[in-house]
Write a protein that binds this ligand. Structure first.
Ligand SMILES: [Zn+2]
Length: 758
């Protein structure tokens, strides 16, 4: 049975049909073209014809014209729609006319840029003029760096390298900066939250250096579909930007299935787990020979699935090596081997985190299976776009987990397909991030007294740095006066830059991977079971001071799940936002949050039973950040239904739902925010729920929620109320066994007292 036959078969399989909440078929779409622009260089035109391109897609044509008119643009089109040509064409056109023109291409990851370079180099190679394209990243050999600096027409790099390797050494790059006409930023929707806030500051520094050398580049960005691409890009660049979104590329027929695993315990509302369900579906898919990519939410889930599917492969008499895992933490060489194996079909199934969601070239796949909702509609479409790139029929299956967000999406397919509520945000004036880049910028060029880096606070911040003896103020200029090299201390990917290195003590002390500092207490605490390439490692010791975790291979029947305790203090109220007739009060302000991992549960593989506990001793980590909080009315306590403990159960239930639904509205990861319920908050003595940004200084998430909180609270009420369970389940207020028997009813009652509907 091939894939088409399997799809026909599934359409008639009544058991399978029962679990679907939606089966949508997108018909194949024909291309929409426009002829080559009149001013296109004949040389370039004949090369496109050699490559079989006789006309442009509508979006390529419009992008070309807008860019030629000197506008900053953002091109929004799906995967595999020929967006590379949208920016290569105007850039090459200019380079053919002006020998000195330079361009900088930024890609969010190293692996991505390699593919774009190949495509760009191919175009350059076919021209009779010499246009040199080079990649400049951490792997670039020292001896060719000089050539790149002086002779590279197109320099391909990533924001991290621009920040640490290029801007601080701008004097070596004079040729580039004097002639910089274009800056291409690919996959710009990937830059939101912390990463986007950093990128915006790197752009400020880049423009500053360009002004110094007398250039004023145009920005060309590309983005996946989100609700506010233009706003996001305008916030990052601090410029007006033209939106190009009339996609003219063709696409093959696509089946998109929403699959909800069956309920196995009606009382608790428990559904069969995503991992088991994915295995069942793969039992049908593997024999068709279709190439499948499975996306899993966590690294641990990737490893579990690889283990299970390799066993399944053996049962199906298939080579287990045709199934591979792929995720951050694998070394680059390992990843390249897997990418190649996918392209030449040596690998049939790859299980990946979102590491493969962005445009790394892995060739054409037939099926994209999401084991759990990836957290945003934009991500889901990108993951789905991994299947059927070359106009063949493709299949996407979204398998929902029991989490509230998954259940909300799977039960409201129209929300997904018709209304995309996702907006991406950055906060380029987050104080810790802004200060880091102000230091980097001061190192690069002394600030003049009247110079503006951001808004009207530049002078104040520079004076502060001068008082701290980081800068020295002389003759109206601020000079860098420390020995350190500031860009080295700042990582764009994280609010806390350091990583913990994972070392296998039994294999020659080989480094097998890394984990970021905030995840480390939960993932590699002493006595944790850490999964890597579906191999289990036992963590002998987490050396916190040295940022090293020492591990060795084991083979046990369980994994570990960390227990983390949170404390929260209000430092300052910045904004109050309730209306006079609201029965509750809401606030936005600064809080101090401390977190400590105190222990772990041992969970048995396959059955997921809790089979033991352990303690760990790690230092408490404190951040100061922004939070939104609601204080609920005292009248709650005058209602005899609400005992203190029932209020507590209700608040925990609301918190559980909010933790999972909020990301849908403010486009962040479930792990970017945290929700903390308190029956008697020390600050007010009232029942309170806090939502805070899990980053030092805050990155604008709770601030965004402050403006739309009633929608989110109302969605939570609707979701909890309509959940088919009895007394609460993982999909709404959390399991009744953990949350208490009144979690669900109390949550609904509290939310109703808020009078959310007008
Ligand atoms: Zn429920």
């Amino acid at each position: 049975m091939n894939l088409e036959q399997l799809i026909d078969y599934l359409a008639n399989d009544s058991e399978f049909q029962k679990r679907l909440t939606k089966w949508l078929v997108f018909d194949a779409r024909t291309a929409r073209h426009k002829p080559f622009p009149d001013d296109l260089n004949p040389n370039l035109m004949s090369i496109l014809k050699q490559k079989g391109i006789e006309e442009l897609f509508t979006h390529q044509y419009d992008a070309y014209n807008a860019i030629r008119q000197g506008k900053h643009v953002v091109v929004v089109t799906p995967t595999a729609s020929g967006k590379t040509l949208s920016y290569n064409l105007p850039v090459f056109e200019d380079m053919l006319l002006n020998r000195e023109t330079r361009a900088l291409y930024l890609f969010p990851t190293k692996a991505l840029s390699q593919d774009q370079v190949n495509e760009t180099q191919d175009l350059a190679a076919r021209l009779d003029k010499d246009i040199k394209t080079f990649t400049f990243d951490g792997d670039t050999p020292v001896n060719i760096r000089r050539t790149i600096r002086s002779a590279g027409h197109i320099v391909v790099t990533n924001p991290d390298m621009l920040h640490q390797g290029i801007l601080p050494h701008h004097t070596l790059w004079i040729k580039l900066f004097e002639n910089l006409r274009y800056v291409v930023i690919d996959e710009i929707h990937a830059y939101r939250g912390v990463f986007g806030s950093h990128l915006s500051n790197v752009v400020r520094r880049l423009k500053r250096i360009c002004r110094f050398y007398g250039s004023d580049p145009q920005f060309i960005c590309s983005s996946a579909t989100i609700a506010n691409p233009q706003e996001l890009v305008e916030n990052i660049l601090e410029e007006n930007v033209t939106l190009i979104d009339n996609n003219g590329a063709p696409s093959g027929k696509k089946h998109f299935l929403f699959y909800n695993p069956p309920i196995v315990n009606a009382e608790l509302g428990l559904r069969r787990g995503v991992v088991n369900e994915t295995r069942q579906i793969m039992r049908k898919l593997i024999p068709t020979g279709a190439q499948v990519i499975i996306f899993a939410r966590s690294r641990q889930r990737v490893e579990l699935l690889v283990t299970y599917l390799r066993t399944l492969a053996q049962q199906l008499k298939m080579d287990p090596d045709k199934i591979q895992g792929y995720r951050g933490g694998y070394l680059p060489k390992q990843r390249r081997i897997i990418e190649k194996g996918l392209k030449n079909s040596q690998i049939q199934v790859v299980v990946s985190t979102n590491a493969l969601e962005l445009g790394i070239d892995i060739g054409q796949l037939d099926v994209s299976l999401m084991a759990g909702y990836p957290g945003s509609i934009a991500s889901a479409w990108q993951q789905s776009g991994r299947a059927g790139r070359r106009r063949s029929t493709s299949l996407t299956i979204l398998v929902a987990s029991s989490s509230p967000l998954d259940q909300y999406i799977i039960e409201h397919p129209s929300y997904f397909f018709e209304r995309n509520p996702e907006t991406a945000h950055i906060d380029n004036n987050n104080l810790p991030i802004l200060m880091s880049h102000l230091k980097c910028a001061s190192f690069e060029l002394p600030f003049k007294e009247e110079e503006i880096f951001t808004q009207d606070i530049t002078g104040q911040l520079l004076d502060f740095l001068a008082e701290e003896r980081v800068l020295r103020k002389t003759d109206g200029k601020y000079f860098w006066m420390q020995d350190i090299y500031p860009a080295d201390e700042v990582s764009l990917r994280n609010a806390a830059p350091e990583n913990v290195v994972i070392i296998d003590t039994h294999a020659n002390k080989q480094v097998i991977g890394e984990v970021d500092l905030f995840s480390a207490p939960e993932m590699v605490h002493t006595e944790a079971i850490y999964f890597h390439q579906s191999i289990q490692y036992f963590v002998d010791q987490l050396d916190w001071d040295e940022r090293k975790a020492y591990v060795h291979k084991v083979n046990v029947d369980h994994y570990t799940d960390a227990i983390t305790k949170t404390d929260l203090k209000v430092l300052d109220v910045l904004q109050e936002g309730s209306e006079t007739d609201d029965p509750f009060q809401k606030f936005f302000g600064e809080v101090a949050v401390s977190r400590v991992t105190t222990g772990y549960k041992k969970i048995k593989l396959h059955t997921h039973e809790n089979i033991g506990m352990g303690r760990v001793y790690l230092p408490e980590m404190e951040i100061q950040t922004n939070a939104l909080w609601w204080e609920f009315p005292d009248q709650l306590r005058s209602d005899p239904y609400f005992t203190e403990s029932i209020i507590g159960e209700g608040l925990r239930g609301i918190a559980h739902a909010l933790q999972n639904l909020t990301p849908l509205y403010i486009m962040c990861d479930v792990s970017d925010i945290a929700v903390v319920p308190m029956v008697r908050a020390p600050f007010s003595q009232k029942p309170t729920i806090y939502v805070y940004d899990k980053y030092q200084g805050g990155i604008g998430l709770s601030k965004k929620l402050f403006n739309i909180d009633k929608h989110v609270l109302d969605a939570a009420r609707n979701h909890i109320e309509t959940c088919p369970c009895g007394q609460g389940c993982p999909s709404c207020t959390g399991p009744a066994m953990e949350g208490g028997l009144f979690g669900k009813s109390s949550a609904v009652k509290i939310l109703k007292t808020l009078k959310l509907q007008d």
